[in-house]
Each structure stands twice: as C-alpha cells, then as structure tokens.
Design a protein around this ligand. Structure first.
Ligand SMILES: Nc1ncnc2c1ncn2[C@@H]1O[C@H](COP(=O)(O)OP(=O)(O)OP(=O)(O)O)[C@@H](O)[C@H]1O
Ligand SMILES: [Zn+2]
Length: 652
C-alpha cells in the first residue's frame, strides 16, 4: 500500500515537471495572435522566417477574407518544411509557432521517460496479480506479517475446547512468555519453534493466538504462501524482515500458517523450478539458528502436511517441539458447540451433547459452521431461538450439502428411493451388532436422493469383524430391496457398492479379517493414518497369486453379505413395504418413529406423533411471540425428533 502511494507521487511529480517545462517553453516563444493580426491587417506581413521553428497552426487561404468579414478555418500542420514555407508565404497567413530551443531536450527526455515508467509500473503490477498476490504489489522484501489487534479480539484458552493435550503442551510456552526469567535462571532452554500438526479447521491458528492471548504478547501472523514470490530473493528478504520485526517487539509470537508452502522438502521441485522457494527456506533456517528463544520470540507454525516438510526444519533448535492437534472427540465437540453457541439463544429442547454425538469427524471449524447455519436457519424461519430442528437441519446441510427442494423427482424415482432407503434401514434394524438407525429420509440432498443415518452410542475407535460384516449387509440392503421389490436395480446403489468394496478390501488387506488371506498387510500405496491416507503411487508389494486371492476373497465376502440382506428383507417383506410407505408419506422417519412403525405394524402412531409435535410447537411459538403481528410458523415439518443427533455412516 505504502509503496503504491510513493509510486503515485513520483508519477504525479513527473507530470507536473513536464507541464511546467512545456508551458514555459511555449510561453516564451509564442507570438500572440492579436499582435500577428494587427501586423497582418496592416499588410506588414508578407513572409515569415521559419528557421528552427515549428508551426502549430496556420490559417488557410480564407484568412484574408475572414479579416474582411468572411469565416476563417483553423488547420493544424506539422513541422514546417520548405514546401509549407512557400504556401504560408504565398498566403501570408501564419499564426503561432514554437521555438525548438534547448528546453525541448528536457521535454524529449520526459516525454519518453514518463510512458516508460508507467508501463514498467503496470507490468510489475500485472505480474504480481498473476501470482495471486493481489494488493501486495511492490511491497518487495517487506514481510507481510500482520499484527493482530489483540485488545479487540483476544483469544484465550477458554475459547478453545476439545484439544486439552495440545493446550497443556503449549501452557509451558505461555508461562515462559509471562516470566522468562523464571526459566532462564536455571539455564533451561525454551523451544524456539513449535509445529502444530492437524487437519484443516482443527484450531491450529486459534491455538497460536490463544498462546499469545494467554501470555499477553503481540501476535504476528503470516502465511507460508506469502513468502513464495516470483522474484528471486524477495521471499528471503521477507523472512529477514519478519524476524527483525519479531525481535524488535519481543516478547511475541510469530505464527506461520501453512508452513508447508515454503517448507516443502528441498530438491522436490521438478526441474529445479523452485529456487526462490528453497532460498526462502534456507533463509528461514538461517534466521532460526540465529536467535535464541531467550530473546522472547517464539515461532509457531502450522501444517496439515507434516510429511512433506523438509527434515532440516524439524531438527533440534528449530521446530523441535511438535504438537498434534487432533479432531475433537465427542466430549470436545460438545464443548466446542457450547463455545460457539455462547451468543446464540437456544431453545429449551436443544441438547448439544446429542448434536455432538451425531457429528463424528467434524472439526472445530465445521462445528462453528454448524451453529452459524442453524442460527441463520432459525432467523430465516422467523424464530427468536435456535431449536433442535434447526441444528439438525444445519448438521445435515454441513454434512451433505443443502436440501434440493427444487429437484424434480418423478414419483417412480421417489418410490424406488423409498424402498432403497427402507432396505438399508430395515437390514440395520434387524441385526444386533450395527449402530442404531437415527434417521431415514428420501429428501434429496447434495448428490444423494435419500439417506439412512446410523448413529453409534459413542465414538467408535475400533470395529469388530461382526460389526463390519453387518455394516456391509446394511450397505447391500438398498440394492437388495430394489431387487426384491422391482426385480430391477438402479444406479442409486453405486455409492453403496463403492464404499462396501473399499471397506471389504480393507478387511482383507489391512485388518486381517479374512481367514483365507490371514493376518498380513497388503495395503496399497502409502496409508498415513494421520492424514487419512496419502493417496500416493499405488505400489503392490505382493505377488500376482496373492492379488487373485484377495480379489476372490473380497468378492466372496461382499456377495455373502448381499445374500444376508436379501434374505432378511425377503423374510420381512411386510415391514419393508410399510417403511417405504411411511417414507413416501412423511419423507423422513426418525428413531422413535421407526420404533413405532416396527412395534405397531401401521403408520397411525407416527401420524399421531407428528400432530402432537406440531401442536406443541405452535403453542410454544405463540407463547414466545405473544400477539406479534407476524406469527412465526416453521414451514418445514421435518422430524423434530426427541433423540436429536445424527450420523456417522450415511448410506445413500
Ligand atoms: N478446538 C476448537 N475450539 C473452538 N473453536 C474451534 C476449535 N477448532 C476450530 N475452531 C473454530 O474454527 C475456526 C477455524 O479454526 P482455525 O483457523 O484455527 O483452524 P486451523 O486448524 O488453523 O485450520 P487451517 O488448517 O484450515 O488453517 C476457528 O476460528 C474457531 O472458531
Ligand atoms: Zn444406498
């Protein structure tokens, strides 16, 4: 920004200088038209000297008439040559001219220089724009670290939940920043660099700001990608600048987000096209070696790809303290939900623990998003409180994309979907080791036409073979139902088949759950559990014979569970029929409704329950908005179920 102002000022000064010079030269060498006219009228002008002069305008032959009441036109001509001189002399009508004196040399220089400078500025600006660095044109070499104003926006450890271990590890840094002497007195060495490792949205940035907030020190943050510039040397000088700034403001925290952008292993760039990045990384290493943490500058970096970092970064004296920031567990999720709903008025029916149970795999950022979506939904529905139904709907939206209310789905398609989802749900209900079914819907959402959600009582960290097999049968349940009822299958089972095949392959190749293959690992590629599978090159560290065995075994297991599903559904065809009817009528069934359906054998109980809920809700609404002009009715009637929570496995 500042650089822009300076550039602008230079250009403006040049333009002013140019104008002054040209004005000056013009003034000093121009004959006034009135003088000329007088002379011409007196008939004194017969010819004019043009040597070393430039004509800027002449009167044409009408001039003489004009002087006698006719009209004259003005015509511009270029530098005067011999021919023109003759014409003018013949017409006797010269008007104004400029002297080409020594001032003109400066003019020439300025005239060529200004466009050059302007073009240069534009080119540089465009180049930087192309790098995606909008708004930072020409701040070469300046670090772009931002000093966050912590007085307005202070984060403390109280604002962070679900990552207690990480907080504890960082507490030491906080203590040090608060009273450095206490530590250095005994010669203790404080880590210079802390590397926070975790998936996106798990709160790494938040933690770093929390450390600064707790210790009451300034917080400088910069993204790794800000270092990576097109011009060689810029990144390195930014690093230098950043550290200088840090040391000046010590004690403080310097936070480098996405350090992998600059810290990727050296020599990994193809064709050596990353010289600039490597130079920047080298500078970072040099700077890290060149200061003592005792000076009070603590470097915190974050990455979700610790595996690609250059090992030199992780050596002692650099980022030697590594803190894993895991996704929150069920307790953590509840706490995070509480933090983010502090400012959101919640209805009495809201049970955050239930929502937490239904959101395995959600990151802190996802949960924040969920609460936000729910608040928006509640506002759109005209409520003054966020209800459980809002949170449920928000969760579905965050998890699976928005409902596609407008999607045109034919009656026939809807019928197939109803049986398909009922097939999943019924196979789940009829087995003893699967997770309870939480909700079945045939409301299209994201890319799925319908969804069956199962919900474990608590987070699942391991699965038994029985559980995995039954889950396979549930996945096969959708297709099995289509087959039994319509004697036909649709593409709707495609995703089920893919997930089932992947899981079975894991059973055989990774979890040692196949007796034929035995407890051996035949995992393909690089499976980094921390990153949820790196997806690297597929290597096959086993023989062709084993590969065939694996394929046969995977097929056998899947087919077996498919048959289990078919048999279960054949034996309970009436219930399948009833559940599909229920889905067609209500579009969504939650756990209590499924229970009613299984026990009653008809849909009457569900109808009553729906009416009752509606009655309570309207009464509740009336009570909350007494006699207000616009009555707030919730338009969407979606299973505002009592148990409230959703879904680890969504079978579409
Ligand atoms: N443990 C948590 N407790 C409370 N809020 C959280 C937590 N984790 C994430 N959040 C919320 O999610 C937002 C995003 O988190 P943050 O930017 O810290 O994640 P990150 O790990 O740095 O993600 P990224 O890798 O994408 O930069 C935070 O501003 C915060 O509101
Ligand atoms: Zn399905």
């Amino acid at each position: 920004m500042r650089a822009w102002i300076i550039w602008g000022a230079i250009v403006i000064l040049l333009v002013i200088a140019f104008n002054i010079l040209t004005d000056h030269s013009a003034d000093s060498s121009q004959i006034k038209f009135s003088e000329f006219r007088q002379a011409a009228a007196a008939g004194d002008i017969k010819s004019v000297e043009f040597k070393g002069l430039e004509v800027s305008g002449v009167f044409n032959e009408d001039y003489a008439e004009a002087e006698h009441g006719g009209s004259a036109t003005f015509k511009t001509v270029g530098p005067v040559g011999e021919d023109l001189q003759d014409v003018l002399t013949a017409n006797g009508a010269i008007y104004s001219f400029e002297k080409a004196d020594k001032d003109a040399i400066w003019q020439q220089i300025l005239i060529t220089l200004i466009p050059l400078l302007l073009i240069g500025a534009v080119v540089i600006f465009l180049m930087r724009q192309m790098q995606g660095g909008s708004g930072k044109a020409m701040s070469f070499g300046k670090s772009r670290a931002r000093l966050l104003n912590e007085s307005n926006n202070k984060v403390t450890f109280n604002d962070i939940a679900g990552i207690e271990e990480a907080k504890e590890e960082l507490q030491e840094i906080v203590e040090f920043l608060k009273s450095p002497k206490k530590f250095t007195r005994l010669g203790g060495r404080i880590p210079k660099g802390v590397l926070l490792m975790g998936k996106p949205g798990t709160g790494k940035t938040l933690l770093a700001r929390g450390v600064a907030g707790e210790a009451g020190v300034p917080f400088y943050s910069i993204a790794g990608s800000d270092f990576v510039e097109m011009f060689v040397g810029v990144g390195a000088s930014r690093v230098r600048d950043l550290f200088e700034q840090g040391k000046k403001n010590a004690p403080c925290i310097i936070f480098i987000d996405e350090i992998d952008a600059v810290g990727r292993q050296r020599g990994s760039g193809m064709g050596g096209g990353h010289d600039e990045r490597e130079q920047t990384l080298n500078q970072l290493l040099v700077e890290m070696d060149g200061f003592e943490s005792n000076e009070g500058v603590i470097l915190i970096a974050a990455t979700n790809r610790p595996d690609v970092l250059d090992p030199a970064l992780l050596r002692p004296g650099r980022f030697d303290r590594r803190v894993v920031v895991p996704p929150p567990d069920v307790r953590g999720r509840k706490l995070i939900l509480e933090i983010h709903s502090r400012r959101t008025p919640l209805a009495k029916d809201v049970d955050l623990a239930g929502i937490a149970r239904g959101t395995p795999g959600f990151s802190g950022a996802d949960l924040e998003n969920l609460v936000n979506e729910a608040a928006l939904l509640a506002a759109r529905r005209g409520q003054d409180r966020v209800t459980l139904a809002d949170l449920e709907d928000a969760k579905d939206k965050v998890m699976m994309g928005a409902e596609r209310k407008s999607a045109v789905i034919s009656e026939a398609e809807k019928r197939v979907t109803a049986y398909h989802e009922a097939g999943h749900a019924l196979v789940a209900i009829l087995q003893d080791a699967t997770d309870p079914v939480h909700k079945v819907t045939i409301i299209p959402r994201g890319r799925a036409l319908g969804v069956t959600q199962q919900l474990p009582a608590e987070d699942r960290h391991s699965m038994t073979r029985k559980y995995v097999l039954q889950r396979l049968a549930v996945m096969m349940g959708g297709r099995a139902a289509e087959l039994i009822v319509f004697d036909e299958i649709t593409t709707g089972a495609g995703n089920d088949i893919q997930v089932a095949t992947d899981m079975t392959r894991k059973m055989v190749c990774e979890w040692g759950m196949s007796d034929t293959i035995g407890p051996l690992s035949y995992a393909d590629g690089d499976n980094n559990p921390f990153l949820g599978g790196g997806g690297g090159p597929t290597t096959r560290p086993y023989s062709e014979a084993i590969a065939q065995d694996i394929d046969a075994e995977v097929k056998r297991i899947v087919m077996e569970q498919h048959d289990v599903a078919v048999n279960l559904l054949r034996d309970n065809l009436d219930t399948l029929e009833l559940m599909a009817q229920g889905l067609l009528e209500f579009e969504a069934l939650d756990a209590p409704e499924l229970k009613l359906l299984m026990e009653d054998g008809h849909l009457e109980g569900i109808r009553k329950r729906r009416e009752e809920i509606e009655r309570i809700r309207t009464a509740d609404e009336d009570e909350r908005t007494p006699k207000s002009g616009f009555s707030t009715k919730i338009k969407e009637k979606k299973s505002p179920g009592g148990l409230g929570t959703l879904a680890p496995s969504a079978n579409s």
